[in-house]
Design a protein around this ligand. Structure first.
Ligand code: ASP
Length: 604
């Protein structure tokens, strides 16, 4: 086999006259009948034009060239020259071409199901591409994303190595860690009826590593969460996972902020501004979500006090509910942009969040109903002037209202805010808006089952100021328990959560108290977490950490909203790997060996 001297993307004018050997795939083939046959040869570094000169080349060489088809794998040796037909500014190698003297066909291809060059050919649908992922990944864009992903992990390792972190692996066959999703399970052959859980995160192992004196831990682990399909999630995903000893919240946030800056600088050359902080409460009040996208306005404004002055049943009914609120969003210029079709659609759309609808009013500044028109104008006429002032309304604006319990109104309007921004193209995609969200509640109370759930995970500590109050708390005091602030933090970029973590509980009594409030009996807590409780008794240092979602980071850095683009071999939304055909049935003998029997769901 010809020995490669260069990658296809490397030839440059200063190499003219040199003999080079390139290897790669035939990306395109052009014979214009002008005495020259052109082939673009491709490898992961790019394309180089290679030329067969019909006057100088031997007949054998020309015959072989004539048989070349797209995606054949070849090696060529030749001499580099200035591109005869003038430079091609679209290619890095566009000023030169290789005149072929020797062609070695390394592997002929069958006709491929599609050609991996979206600049020349239409791509088939994603299903076809995933089924033939080995061809799809040949695309320039996919190769670039894989390279970016590599650079992100390399930069991560280098950055944290310089900060004294050790990369330590934790098991994949382990025991359930409560990160709030279903576990993937693997049966034990040696212990009939026993199961391993695949890690939802290495959370408890990294904490144990701190108890073990490892001081600073890094891992880029695969995590497994059997969640219901969602477009932007994969059941198997990768984290950048960290933990540090002898730290407080500020220490973790400081180093992580530096890391994010180094990442954006290193990958994109972008200087990230110092990150703002926002409390969870403020994020929910103003944006209706704990990961605010601040690249556009449309903030939620509480108008409950004004709404109480009206006779509008939708408002007063909501205010009569426990924790009832009325909130409003001002859409500047909405009278012209928010069509009736859109607003009617919103009323239906918010129902998925439990809201009854979206009352709408346009503000013209004129007329009898205090300048409001359409929709609920006459109901809000009595509070018109105050509303105009509170929302800063200008003629031509539209107001969208949400009236319900705080939880429902906030959620619905928070989601609606994002939808309106997308519908009206209000999002400034040229900015990077980073911020920390802090001061989360430790617990959420679910009225459906009357239980508390940990908002982050149950190993998150209350803030030091809150710890004493927390320890004296009783589960019956719902408001009290819900008001305890945790030492958790999330880092948000453009409305997407890219990382989240917390200072952990290192005092076994506090950990037991959390289990108590979560309704875990002492026996249950012992059976699930005795190892943790024991470790906390034997010299656990104060510690805390964070995990970043690697897939999400690469998506942001590469500007894609398809998570499958950033994973070499992803699964579809239904968890299928179309390339290898997983999941798949197994031999009954294998199941018998594992002491497992499959029960098919009954149809109907
Ligand atoms: N284990 C957490 C998660 O996966 C992150 C952390 O608390 O460090 O979200």
């Amino acid at each position: 086999m010809l020995k490669r001297t260069n990658m296809c993307g490397e030839p440059r004018p200063e190499m003219i006259g040199q003999p080079l050997t390139l290897c790669g795939w035939v990306n395109s083939y052009r014979d214009h009948g002008t005495g020259l046959i052109f082939v673009d040869l491709r490898d992961r570094s790019g394309l180089c034009q290679i030329v067969f000169d019909t006057e100088d080349a031997s007949q054998d060489l020309l015959d072989a060239a004539d048989k070349l088809r797209n995606e054949d794998v070849v090696a060529v040796r030749g001499t580099l020259r200035e591109r005869a037909g003038g430079p091609n500014p679209k290619l890095d190698t566009g000023e030169v071409e290789l005149v072929v003297e020797t062609l070695e066909v390394l592997n002929k291809t069958q006709t491929p199901p599609f050609l991996p060059d979206e600049n020349q050919y239409d791509l088939p649908n994603e299903e076809v591409r995933l089924k033939h992922r080995f061809i799809d990944l040949r695309r320039e864009r996919m190769q670039r994303i894989l390279a970016t992903r590599h650079r992100v992990t390399k930069l991560t390792r280098d950055f944290f190595d310089a900060e004294g972190f050790l990369e330590i692996e934790t098991p994949n066959l382990c025991k359930s860690t409560p990160e709030g999703a279903r576990d993937f399970l693997a049966p034990s052959r040696h212990q009939p009826g026993m199961w391993y859980a695949l890690p939802q995160s290495p959370q408890l192992f990294k904490q144990l590593l701190m108890v073990a004196g490892c001081d600073r831990y890094l891992q880029i682990p695969r995590c497994f969460r059997d969640e219901d399909p969602r477009a932007d999630r994969q059941a198997e995903f990768t984290q950048i996972d960290l933990e540090m000893s002898f730290v407080e919240r500020e220490d973790v946030m400081e180093i992580m902020e530096r890391f994010v800056r180094a990442l954006w600088k290193g990958i994109l050359g972008v200087d990230v501004a110092p990150m703002d902080r926002m409390t969870y409460r403020e994020a929910m009040d103003r944006y209706g979500i704990d990961r605010p996208d601040r690249r556009f306005g449309l903030e939620l404004v509480d108008i409950s006090d004004l709404a109480a002055e009206t006779d509008f049943k939708v408002f007063t009914g909501a205010l009569d509910k426990p924790r009832g609120v009325v909130k409003a969003i001002r859409v500047p210029g909405g009278a012209a942009t928010l069509t009736r079709k859109l607003t009617d659609g919103y009323t239906e759309w918010v129902k998925q969040f439990g809201a009854g609808g979206v009352p709408v009013a346009k503000f013209s500044g004129e007329g009898e109903t205090g300048g409001f028109e359409t929709g609920v104008a006459r109901f809000i006429a009595p509070i018109a002037a105050k509303l105009v002032e509170r929302l800063g309304l200008e003629p031509g604006d539209t107001v969208l209202f949400g009236a319900d319990s705080y939880a429902v109104a906030t959620k619905a309007l928070g989601e609606l805010r994002l939808k309106v921004a997308r519908d009206l193209g209000l999002i400034d995609t040229s900015t990077w808006d980073f911020l920390w969200v802090v001061d989360f509640p430790m617990f959420e109370h679910d009225p459906a089952d009357g239980r508390f759930y940990a908002l982050h995970h149950p190993f998150t500590a209350p803030t030091p100021e809150e710890t004493e109050r927390f320890m004296s708390m009783d589960a019956a005091d719902i408001d009290g328990v819900e008001s305890v602030v945790s030492a958790g933090y999330d880092v948000i970029c453009n409305g997407s959560e890219i990382g989240g973590g917390s200072i952990r509980i290192h005092d076994q009594r506090v950990q037991e108290k959390v289990f108590d409030l979560l309704g875990l009996s002492r026996a249950e807590a012992a059976s699930k977490f005795s190892f943790l409780l024991e470790a906390l008794r034997f010299g656990a240092p104060p510690h805390g950490g964070i995990a970043f979602g690697l897939d999400r980071l690469v998506m942001l850095l590469e500007g894609t909203d398809n998570i499958r683009d950033v994973i070499a071999f992803p699964k579809t939304q239904t968890g299928a790997d179309l390339l290898i055909g997983a999941p798949s049935p197994v031999d009954p003998a294998q199941l018998a060996e594992l002491h497992v029997r499959a029960v098919e769901p009954t149809k109907g």
